[in-house]
Design a protein around this ligand. Structure first.
Ligand SMILES: Cc1cc2nc3c(=O)[nH]c(=O)nc-3n(C[C@H](O)[C@H](O)[C@H](O)COP(=O)(O)O)c2cc1C
Length: 428
């Protein structure tokens, strides 16, 4: 019986542990989590979602306050077309977030950034170009393009000096989406360096409709592997979504995958950016506490805990401070949902907005608790403590559990006891 450590991912001239910690915005896959994955020889992701906000929290910059001050006059206006991102500031924030992370990198692994096309930021092409260029300039090892088809994204950086040296990957949920991406980018002479195939059990937004349960990751991965083999294309395929044990990963690696991308199990590690209280919510989740709904203004279904405080919350749209989901003419589906409800109930009444959510604000405040389908199994990966909370894990422990475990075993951490309990054993 094999374990993940019997396999290697060949990428960027290296032999990597084939474990990729997926991007989790907004700063849930925090730099210290990504750095741990790289230190252990795998790949970690930081996220490019709401980087000015993340930079304010990480480096005490004032990007959000500055933008809000500039557009405060527009707060009561439903038309947000005026509310533009300052591109120089966006580049500065990205340079800080990526640059400081790369400076701290140790070990044989790589750090990638997850870049979501759905962050249209009231000027989709311009803001995406700035984000990609700034990340490349700041030395990121690779860029994983997600949440969108990214048909024009590579062409935005085709003249960048690192266009051929940095790694580019695309996240798809079907062979069809992959074919569109490949056809559209054929003229650039630049194939993706890796393909993440995200199935219906993943966390975050899903690349499926509300019929997601009819799809199966193994089938989609097999179709894509077969297509690549027929075309003679040697591009690592990386399944993601619902890979909960090392043995789940081995099944994919044995059938031809280059690595696996995992996320949910890392949400309850010390290094994950979620607040401790929210990590406990994930650990306490039962299967019936998890749903896939349509409250994201992006239009994509999203999986989350039903108890997320952002669900139904009727906060005033906050686009002057954030505005990451404004389309290219200053619209966001939450603004309409909020106004419709406000009109129906009356401005002074208490009301709830069930249809859509102010995702920027709630993700920034960790109030939408997005998770993978198997989040309800997280409690099985650690110990229940006497006070009713669960012990958090280290990223190293979870990474090594994926890397070395066999027969679907999950190693629990050694409980930390009083000194007389003896030395704490290092778990591999
Ligand atoms: C809390 C959370 C946030 C996520 N945020 C993003 C994101 O911002 N962008 C993205 O492309 N994928 C996102 N994902 C998906 C993961 O990167 C990953 O592909 C997927 O969740 C893997 O499945 P697993 O969680 O079952 O291991 C998120 C997943 C989780 C659990």
């Amino acid at each position: 019986m094999k374990c993940v450590n019997d396999f290697r991912l060949r990428l960027a001239g290296r032999e990597l542990v084939p474990i990729i910690v997926g991007g989790m915005g907004v700063d849930i896959s925090a730099a210290c989590l990504a750095l741990e994955a790289a230190r252990m020889g795998g790949i970690g992701h930081i996220s490019d979602a709401m980087v000015p906000t993340v930079s304010d929290r990480r480096f005490r910059t004032k990007f959000v306050a500055e933008k809000l001050k500039q557009y405060k006059y527009n707060v009561l206006n439903n038309d947000k077309a005026d509310v533009q991102f300052n591109l120089a500031r966006l580049a500065e924030a990205t340079a800080l977030h990526v640059g400081r992370t790369m400076e701290a990198k140790k070990g044989p692994g790589l750090i990638f950034i997850n870049c979501m096309e759905k962050l249209t930021m009231n000027a989709p092409r311009e803001t995406l170009r700035v984000r990609l260029i700034a990340a490349l300039d700041a030395g990121i090892d690779g860029i994983t393009l997600g949440a969108g088809l990214h048909l024009g994204s590579l062409s935005l950086v085709q003249d960048h000096p690192r266009f051929h040296d940095a790694k580019f990957g695309i996240i798809v949920s079907s062979l069809r989406a992959l074919l569109l991406f490949l056809r559209k980018n054929a003229r650039l002479g630049r194939l993706p360096d890796y393909i993440v195939v995200e199935g219906p059990l993943a966390g975050g937004h899903l690349g499926f409709g509300m019929d997601w349960a009819q799809y199966d990751l193994k089938t989609i991965v097999a179709e894509i592997l077969q297509y690549l083999a027929e075309q003679g294309l040697d591009i690592p395929v990386i399944p993601a979504g619902g890979i909960f044990t090392g043995s789940d990963a081995v099944e994919f690696l044995e059938s031809g995958a280059g690595a696996v991308q995992v996320a949910t199990r890392f949400t309850v590690t010390n290094e994950c950016g979620l607040p401790e209280k929210v990590k406990q919510e994930y650990l306490h989740a039962r299967e019936e506490d998890i749903e896939v709904n349509l409250i994201s203004p992006t239009g994509y279904p999203m999986r989350m805990l039903k108890g997320s405080p952002g669900i139904g919350a009727a906060i005033r749209p906050n686009c002057e401070a954030y505005g990451y989901l404004l389309d290219n003419s200053g619209h966001c589906a939450y603004i309409d949902a909020y106004n419709n409800e406000r009109e129906a109930r009356g401005a002074d009444a208490d009301f709830s907005v069930k249809e859509k959510s102010c995702l920027c604000t709630h993700m920034r405040n960790f109030a939408i608790w997005t998770c993978g389908h198997y989040a309800y199994r997280l409690k099985d990966t650690t110990h229940l403590l006497p006070d009713g909370s669960y012990a958090l894990l280290t990223a190293e422990h979870v990474f090594h559990d994926y890397q070395y475990s066999k027969e679907h075993e999950i190693r629990l951490p050694v409980p930390v006891g009083p000194p007389e309990a003896g030395p704490v054993r290092q778990i591999r």
